[in-house]
Design a protein around this ligand. Structure first.
Ligand code: IVH
Length: 710
């Protein structure tokens, strides 16, 4: 590659030119590999050296320097990646509705929450759901300050310079508020997608699966020049944080945004009832192919913004919006093999290996088969599915794909089944650790009983721990976890936080390995280090305990506030009739199944040791209760009983939670306040016995109104 300095002294321009072309090409290939997330072709030190050599030669032979030299690349050098920023308001996702019944159920849910009759007019704003990637644009005094990807919802990557290359994204706005986060979708048109893939194919570069992947890949380029060449587009679909709210409806908000200079979707319409909604949905589905971009459904949003605030959000999605997905696309292919994968909680999950087939523009070669009953042709209620037809290896099967959901097998054509075919025998032992795989009577799933002795379960738990909504250690993906686990470097969760002490230096150091460099290794260690300080809800969720999902973890974290209080409660709950058990199941949304699962995990010696070792390495942050001045209910435990007249109980609870209160389902010694509507019984008596403060609905309204500053 590069020559020594002495030789460079007497280099002819011809030599220099040849040398520079070579260095140029190495840097470009290294950049490409990095951008695409492929294995690095050179380590960081060598990358730097190469770039330095090219820069030196460019200085000595300025006339040979190319206009687009990689030494001039604007943007951070590859190994530094993008910076991170916190969203003012979390970026949530949307719940999905498949089919008319689920859409009706959404409308009914909204009405139940608000306490509205089914015949009261409730308007929804409808717009296409663009299949792109979401972005948050921050404007101060009308000037674009920052563009941030969704990331884990709380924090995303700062891609401002790249976003600025997208002509649809205004750098300045007219008459905008002092501060505003605009949320929208970055996407690539179908024509630009086809042209890009053609170009990629012609130049031997990787082609993209679909326009969404192409848009995501194009935005995450370290060189904004590349992003610019990709012709991305943008459309706004809502707001995040804002200094002075405007518009009393979603439609008005969008019109105001458009007036400020933001592109918004001209296909948005108001629907006055469910028939309007269904009609909008079918019209859009019909016209889908005439649009210049990919859509995968319709987003319906409660139009009135004050109703939106009343409805609020669950931990993952707003209650006032739904994404109604177009029906799944289907295709027929051969089922080649049934493979059993072991999940984090030991579930034996059958996966169909298929002859690759294109389903709605995406090549599918795997599909989920759910569980053994599903293969046998039995549904979850014990009733036949597919007219009771079972699935066999070699069968001709129909695959379907709805949105970005994992493909499924819908049907089988048994007339094409060979004579020798035999029904599939579901394994009774774990294919990884050979422990018995047991199916409990009430469970559709067969599980490996090996728990911690099963390597597959261990690896899956580790993957879950580092995943986005848990510890979110980005540099430590599934492949690395598998690799480190197989080498014995990470056996238990705590080993992640000890990784640097094992492979940070010495003979076995990471940076000496193929594909690693000083910067990439220290970047990984830094990322792990940064996650030692972590929110309680992420720790609880990260433990991967069965039935303890994100929502449950958040409720537990809010209720107990600190790791110690939480661990003490679960420890104490081993007594089924005791106070600790009563408190655990008093937490809203926590029943006996979840409580049992927690108790079981905490009392399993190996699990317990693993949990304790991990927590000892961490600084678990207590849950901050929103500081709502004079709300009077921040941080207190409230129980609701009886019927309320001005709002439904669901709304009252959501409101109290938003003001920082903890909601419990039953009265215990920890209850601070009982809100009593007419028709309450045993809870009121219990509160009286325990000397808990009891207020009526009027008293409750006074409290929340003071808290909301209304
Ligand atoms: S409203 C709380 N409107 O879909 C999120 N989202 O699956 C409210 N999306 O992350 C989003 N088109 O990026 C909304 N017209 C539209 C949309 C849309 C696409 C994306 C959005 C969101 C994702 C959720």
């Amino acid at each position: 590659m590069a020559e020594g300095t002495t030789k460079e002294q007497d280099m002819t321009p011809e030599d220099a030119s040849r040398e520079m072309r070579e260095l140029d090409s190495i840097i470009r290939r290294a950049n490409e590999a990095y951008f695409r997330g492929d294995a690095p072709i050179i380590d960081d030190a060598e990358y730097d050296r190469t770039k330095r050599q090219l820069r030196d030669l460019e200085q000595r032979f300025p006339e040979l320097k190319s206009d687009d030299s990689p030494t001039e690349t604007v943007g951070a050098p590859p190994s530094e990646g993008f910076g991170k920023a916190t969203h003012e308001i979390r970026m949530l996702s949307l719940d999905n509705a498949f089919g008319e019944d689920e859409l009706r159920e959404f409308d009914a849910r909204v009405r139940r929450f608000l306490g509205w009759e089914s015949d009261r007019e409730l308007q929804y704003e409808a717009e296409p759901k663009i299949d792109g990637l979401s972005i948050s644009l921050t404007y101060s005094d009308g000037t674009l300050q920052r563009a941030t990807t969704r990331g884990d919802g709380a924090r995303g990557e700062v891609v401002t310079r790249n976003a600025l290359t997208i002509p649809d994204i205004p750098q300045t706005l007219r008459n905008s508020p002092t501060f505003m986060e605009v949320r929208g979708e970055i996407y690539m048109s179908l024509n630009d997608f086809a042209a890009l893939n053609q170009l990629q194919a012609d130049t031997g570069a990787k082609t993209y699966m679909n326009p969404r992947n192409a848009a995501a890949g194009s935005l995450r380029q370290l060189d904004p020049g590349v992003t610019k060449s990709r012709k991305l587009q943008f459309m706004a679909h809502g707001l995040g944080g804002i200094s002075e709210p405007f518009g009393s409806s979603q439609m008005e908000v969008m019109e105001c945004l458009s007036g400020m200079g933001m592109p918004t979707n001209p296909l948005a319409e108001i629907c006055r009832d469910i028939d309007d909604m269904l009609n909008y949905f079918s019209r859009l589905e019909e016209n889908r192919s005439t649009l210049s971009y990919d859509i995968d459904g319709v987003v319906f949003k409660v139009n009135d913004t004050s109703l939106q605030s009343r409805l609020g959000s669950s931990s993952t999605a707003p209650r006032w919006a739904i994404s109604a997905k177009f029906p799944a696309e289907t295709a027929w292919t051969t089922l080649r093999e049934i493979e059993i994968q072991i999940g984090r909680t030991g579930a034996l999950s059958p996966v169909a290996r298929l002859d690759p087939v294109t389903v709605g523009g995406v090549v599918v070669s795997n599909a989920t088969l759910h569980n053994e009953d599903y293969i046998a042709g039995v549904g979850s209620a014990g009733l036949p599915i597919r007219d009771g037809k079972d699935l066999r290896v070699g069968d001709w099967v129909q695959v379907y794909r709805a949105g970005d959901v994992i493909p499924k097998v819908a049907d089988v054509d048994i007339s094409r089944r060979g004579r020798q075919s035999s029904s599939y025998v579901f394994p009774m032992i774990c294919p990884v650790c050979e422990s018995p795989a047991i199916r409990e009577e009430t469970d559709a799933v067969r599980r490996c009983s090996g728990e911690f002795t099963c390597a597959a379960q261990r690896v899956e738990r580790l993957k879950h721990l580092v995943s986005r909504n848990a510890f979110n250690i980005e540099g430590l993906g599934d492949k690395l976890i598998e690799q480190f686990h197989s080498e014995g470097l990470i056996k238990s969760p705590v080993d992640i936080f000890r990784l640097e002490s094992v492979v940070g230096s010495g003979d076995n150091r990471l940076e000496a390995r193929h594909g690693w460099g000083t910067r990439s290794a220290s970047k990984l260690f830094d990322e792990i280090e940064a996650r030692r300080r972590i929110g309680l809800e992420r720790v609880i969720f990260g433990l991967g305990i069965r039935h303890v999902g994100e929502g449950v973890s958040e409720r537990l974290a809010r209720h107990f506030g600190s790791w110690d209080a939480f661990a003490r409660a679960v420890d104490g709950a081993v007594e089924p009739e005791g106070d600790a058990w009563a408190e655990l199941v008093s937490v809203e949304g926590i029943g006996a199944t979840i409580a049992n699962s927690l108790v079981r995990a905490f009392h399993d010696k190996r699990v317990r040791t693993a949990i304790e070792e991990l927590v000892n390495e961490l600084q678990v942050e207590d849950v901050e209760t929103p500081q709502v001045a004079e709300s009077g209910i921040s941080g207190i435990n409230i129980v609701f009983t009886g019927t309320l007249e001005t709002m439904t109980r669901a709304e009252a609870k959501a409101r109290a939670e938003a003001l920082g209160a903890r909601i419990a389902g039953s009265v215990s010694t920890r209850t601070d306040l009982l809100v009593q509507g007419p028709g309450s019984g045993s809870k009121a008596r219990k509160a009286e016995e325990l000397g808990v403060r009891v207020i009526d609905e009027a008293g409750w309204l006074e409290l929340v109104e003071a808290g909301s500053g209304e």
